[in-house]
Design a protein around this ligand. Structure first.
Ligand SMILES: [Fe+2]
Length: 161
């Protein structure tokens, strides 16, 4: 090894353990949902816990409704296809914007925002539609029911202090 090579090797900083990728490994969970990190946001722990719980329910149902809009956007058929195809996609985008606000508020309160489809399925109060395509009036009925579930939760959530 030349002197020049030795100097190059010595001048390259070694990555700390924290910066190293842990390939093919799973880490331990650092926070369980339903627990609260201590954050200085002028809200007591119980209030943050209650609000985060209500918002995580709202998050699950809003994710479900967003995905239902997309499913129906794709599976539509018939003479109203064009208008509803565009409308359902627009509404899905609006739900996506809400989802981000709700999830980030859960995190700001110190809890853990749910985010995976399996979490949504275990928590949502909105009925899971079948994989198959349904008729347009049924699609619209399912969407309206989903909105009703969310509105009811939002009203109940206003009572949470
Ligand atoms: Fe599309």
């Amino acid at each position: 090894m030349t002197t020049e090579t030795k100097q190059t090797q010595q001048s390259v900083p070694r990555a700390s353990d924290e910066a190293q990728l842990h390939l093919n490994q799973r880490g331990h969970i650092i926070q369980q949902p339903g627990t609260i990190r201590n954050l200085p946001i002028a809200l007591d722990e119980q209030a943050r816990l209650d609000n985060a719980k209500a918002l995580n329910q709202l998050l699950a149902d809003t994710l479900m409704l967003r995905d239902m809009y997309k499913k129906h956007h794709w599976q539509l058929a018939g003479h109203t296809f064009y208008q509803l195809h565009l409308l359902f996609d627009k509404h899905a985008e609006e739900q996506t914007a809400l989802i981000d606000l709700i999830a980030e508020r859960v995190q700001q309160l110190g809890d853990v925002a749910l985010g995976m489809p399996s979490d949504v399925m275990s928590k949502t109060k909105i009925e899971n539609p079948p994989q198959g395509a349904e008729e347009v009036p049924v699609m619209i009925d399912r969407i309206l029911e989903g909105h009703c579930v969310i509105i009811t939760e939002a009203r109940a959530g206003q009572a949470v202090r």
